[in-house]
Design a protein around this ligand. Structure first.
Ligand SMILES: *Cc1c(COP(=O)(O)O)cnc(C)c1O
Length: 383
């Protein structure tokens, strides 16, 4: 360990998850592997070649810089799609390299046409439509303008897809909204085809939609969180597992994040631990200091909340998480020494830290914790 912690990626677990996902969805639905946010913290460069081994040949990223990183390690025929931001500076690279990209602003369509003309290449676009999330996506009036422009400039565009994104398919509370979005999407698809632009593929589903709403799967699904072995929410998991004979979780987490005990200390009853008064020792305590803090991606919101594995047991994070350190209560764990392994995510002695927090049942914190793992923590692939 050259830094203060290390992140390990389990190759066989990743291949297992991707096989499960592709089998479950039936092989005629294409799976686009979502690797935005540095592959949810797992590392784009480490992740892409393994996913390709499991048969993935389409990746989704948020921005052109992520696409560039994927392109450095992917097989030549593997496709990359940008779901978000392409800057003017990047547009030429994107079109020249036949990177697919979302279009949701008329202005960007005009810009893409200009660059495509100059390069004598077609821009491969996915038209995103607004169906009720109220984020990016053409409303119908603007879609009409876009379709007119594309029809007039047919030689400059490949309309690869028509897409949208659901506003919370991981929670049954949003059921009505999701159904409305699906209906709106289907109307817009019919409308666009009737108006002479026929997208090659339809895609709308993220992990939760693909698992819980089969009709959202269409031609391709954009799978993020579940390929990393995390369910979007407990609800999505329960909905899945209740229909299965085999009640074991089919997903395996592929990341583990480890550090070490840096220092140990006894604290007397009535003393406060770490900054301020967030934690008061209600008895004599033994605490272990770990060299990972919020600057390393361990969220401040896990102060007095997080849990880790040390000495083969679970231990709670106490007090405020510092910039470079966190503090763990090891009072009841025997024989802890400086240098002992501390598991922040992963397994030790048959125990498992899946949820980073005691209180977290909606998993949002897991998305955030993963996505914010700094790029400069070394990633190691374990076979
Ligand atoms: C992040 C994202 C996904 C994947 O979401 P998961 O819940 O991680 O599966 C799919 N589509 C879009 C547009 C996204 O931004």
């Amino acid at each position: 360990m050259t830094g203060t912690s290390v992140i390990e990626i389990d190759r066989s677990a990743l291949i297992h998850n991707l096989n499960f996902i592709q089998d479950y969805l039936v092989r005629d639905v294409k799976v686009s592997s979502v690797i935005k946010a540095n592959a949810y913290g797992h590392g784009i460069e480490e992740f892409v070649p393994i996913a390709e081994m499991a048969g993935i040949n389409h990746f989704s990223v948020f921005s052109a810089d992520e696409a560039q990183r994927a392109c450095k390690v992917k097989q030549p025929e593997t496709e990359v799609m940008i779901m978000g931001w392409v800057s003017d500076e990047n547009l030429e690279w994107v079109i020249k390299n036949q990177i697919q990209f979302y279009v949701f602003e008329y202005l960007n369509l005009e810009k893409a046409a200009k660059v495509a003309k100059k390069l004598k290449e077609k821009a491969i676009i996915h038209l995103e439509v607004e169906t009720g999330m109220n984020r990016t996506g053409f409303i119908q009036k603007d879609l009409k303008k876009a379709v007119d422009f594309i029809s007039k400039n047919k030689d400059l565009f490949v309309v690869k897809g028509l897409c949208t994104h659901y506003a919370g398919a991981e929670s049954i509370a949003n059921h009505v909204r999701i159904q409305k979005q699906l209906k709106k999407y289907n109307q817009l698809y019919k409308w666009i085809v009737n108006n002479g632009v026929v997208p090659e593929i339809r895609h709308t589903a993220c992990s939760a939609a693909a698992m819980s709403y089969p009709r959202t799967r269409m031609d391709m699904v954009r799978i993020g969180i579940i390929q990393y072995g995390f369910w979007p929410t407990l609800e999505t998991y329960i909905q899945y597992i209740s229909k299965q004979m085999d009640k074991t979780d089919p997903l395996i987490r592929i990341i583990s994040w480890r550090s070490k005990v840096m220092s140990l200390k006894k604290v007397k009853t009535g003393e406060f631990v770490s900054y301020g008064t967030a934690y008061l020792a209600n008895e004599d305590k033994i605490i272990a200091i770990v060299p990972v803090g919020y600057s390393h991606g361990y969220s401040l919101s896990l102060s007095n909340q997080g849990r880790v594995l040390v000495g083969g047991q679970r231990a709670g994070v106490i007090g405020v998480v510092n910039m470079n350190m966190l503090i763990v209560d090891v009072t009841t764990i025997p024989d802890i020494e400086v240098g002992d392994d501390v598991v922040l995510i992963g397994t030790q002695n048959g125990l498992d830290i899946s949820l980073a927090s005691f209180a977290d049942f909606n998993n949002q914190l897991n998305y955030e914790l993963l996505a914010r793992l700094p790029m400069n923590i070394p990633r190691k692939v374990k076979n």
